[in-house]
Design a protein around this ligand. Structure first.
Ligand code: HEM
Length: 518
């Protein structure tokens, strides 16, 4: 214990010495560098001199490790609260901030709607999103399983070809509408399970565990045309639990590898080993499931799902690539959906007047005993507004990342092509400059068409050609689950919901109170 303390102190002292030295060096070099920059800074036709990436304010950067120290033990912020770190940095440094990743690669964060719009509008044929390096590196190390780093991490023509293999069946509204009966029956079973697992005070503890299972079930239904668990009598199958745990670990360890010191590139750190173990677990279990679905289909001669059918029919992919694709799409829909549902229900629970208004709308459109149809969903303006407003106030993915495809000018800065830009749409949505009463949950604002000019701000599924291919399916599913839950329960929540950042915003220990309405 004592040795550990001494070692932590030594590390802290070293960093402080290094920080002082770097600060001194910067101060000494400021004057000659300032003159030099006047000659090299970009200018426009009117000879206006622009500031460069190096002029953007931000936390002090050290050689090699850049600003990643801020999340270390003695740094300013917590690794599991990166969302709060950005909030603090924007309020200290302004609308544009610079961080530096390994080898001092600049990463620019922006919150101003004008800059977000400039970046998202410049998107070309092959928009570039920085890859998740740890996944890409793992996939490259397993050529026996993967021939590419996946649609999420690839760029250019390889990305476009992977994306075109599957998305038509995922993104066309016609194809998604066909899923309505399955989503309804899945939602009924989910609600049945919640009733079984409630305690005597009607509390469902750690609700996020169940909503993640719902995410898994629906992703499997979407991609494979088959469910894994069945939600029978409140029992969650061991397989489903293992898959959800594996994905939870993937998110946590990717987050640590990304925001912490990237030591995993040199040695196999604990986080990296955990990441590999969770990838392997997911792959092995899912491979068995895919094989069994394939076997059943060969015997019956029909495909259970048009999405799965389209993967199987693809002549450009071999079976290894098909499995790799399934292993990428299913995990992508588990925690993203699970977290989004928790945030949505939390906001509904905390606003009883909204909940009653929503209940009245649903009961008017589909009274007891009447099944919900696509027509009802189209007419359910308040239901849609509640979901839209939840995406604005508590988005699961509060940030979109892009690599600039050409130079851009913003606020006297010239950001060159190739710069990594993080657009903090989640924080921009809570900014009074963009929305009145920005931090309040007011679905009514979406009943007013004038607020529809927020195209580049409310982007829970991203934007442009790299937009999430699961968007339409998830939107339909959220509407059905919310409508059914509000019809069945008075939803309550005591206290404030705790959140952490694990690559996406994640709820912690969400205990919902679900009293039956009747
Ligand atoms: C509530 C649920 C979900 C949320 C909040 C979500 C959010 C996102 C976001 C923000 C992106 C980045 C888009 C961009 O950079 O512009 C993305 C990409 C992606 N999502 Fe989702 N997603 C969800 C569900 C799903 C589902 C169900 C699937 C599977 C069908 C899926 C598959 C993917 C894939 C493959 C990409 C990468 C697309 C590309 O790079 O071309 N997501 N998602």
């Amino acid at each position: 214990m004592a040795l550990q303390k001494i070692w932590t102190n030594i590390k802290a002292i070293c960093f402080i010495v290094l920080a002082c030295f770097t600060a001194l060096l910067k101060f000494v070099l400021k004057f000659p560098l300032g003159i030099y920059r006047k000659f090299i800074n970009p200018t426009d036709a009117h000879q206006k001199i622009y500031k460069t990436v190096a002029d953007i304010p931000g936390k002090i950067s050290f050689p090699i490790i850049g600003t990643r120290w801020i999340y270390l033990k003695f740094g300013s912020y917590k690794l599991n609260a990166v969302h709060l770190a950005y909030e603090a940095m924007f309020s200290r440094f302004g609308d544009i901030i610079r961080e530096e990743a390994l080898w001092n690669l600049p990463v620019i964060s922006v919150i101003h709607r004008e800059c977000i719009e400039i970046v998202l509008r410049q998107s070309g044929k092959y928009p570039i999103r920085p890859p998740n390096e740890v996944t890409a590196s793992y996939r490259r190390s397993r050529p026996d399983r993967y021939t590419n780093t996946g649609v999420t991490n690839e760029q250019g023509v390889v990305w476009a070809s992977l994306r075109n293999q599957l998305t038509p069946n995922l993104t066309s509204p016609g194809a998604i509408k066909d899923f309505l009966p399955e989503i309804k029956s899945l939602s009924d079973d989910f609600i049945h399970m919640l009733c079984q697992v409630r305690n005597k005070n009607d509390v469902v503890e750690r609700f996020e565990g169940f909503s993640n299972i719902m995410g898994l079930e629906s992703a499997c239904m979407l991609i494979l045309g088959r469910r894994i668990n069945g939600f029978l009598d409140g029992v969650v199958s061991e397989t489903a639990t293992k898959l959800v745990d594996a994905v939870t670990k993937q998110f946590r360890t990717s987050h640590e590898a990304f925001y912490g010191l990237p030591l995993w590139k040199i040695i196999k750190t604990k986080a990296y080993k955990e990441f590999i173990a969770s990838e392997d677990t997911f792959y092995e279990i899912m491979s068995e499931i895919v094989d069994s679905v394939l076997n059943d289909q060969t015997q019956s001669g029909t495909s259970e799902s048009r999405v799965f059918g389209s993967i199987l029919r693809s002549t450009n992919l071999d079976m290894k690539e098909k499995k790799a694709m399934i292993n990428e799409y299913i995990p992508a829909g588990i925690k993203t959906f699970g977290n989004t549902l928790v945030f949505l229900l939390y906001l509904i629970a905390k606003h009883p007047e909204v909940q009653e208004k929503l209940y009245n709308e649903i009961s008017r459109l589909a009274p007891a005993g009447t099944p919900i149809t696509n027509e009802h969903l189209k007419e359910a303006k308040y239901l849609n507004a509640c979901i839209m407003e939840a995406h604005r106030v508590k988005p699961t993915a509060p940030c979109i990342a892009r690599v600039l495809e050409s130079d851009i000018i913003y606020d006297d800065y010239c950001l060159p092509k190739g710069t990594v830009v993080l657009m903090h749409t989640g924080l921009a949505c809570l900014d009074e400059r963009n929305f009145k009463d920005a931090t309040s949950y007011i679905p009514e604002r979406w009943m007013d068409k004038e607020t529809y000019d927020s195209l580049f701000l409310i982007t829970p599924f991203g934007c442009g050609k790299r937009i999430c291919p699961g968007k339409q399916f998830i939107e339909l599913q959220l509407k059905i689950v919310l409508a059914k839950m509000v019809k069945q329960f008075h939803i309550g929540f005591e206290g404030e919901l705790k959140t952490e950042f694990e690559f996406i915003l994640t709820p912690v220990d969400a205990n919902f109170i679900l009293h039956d309405r009747n």
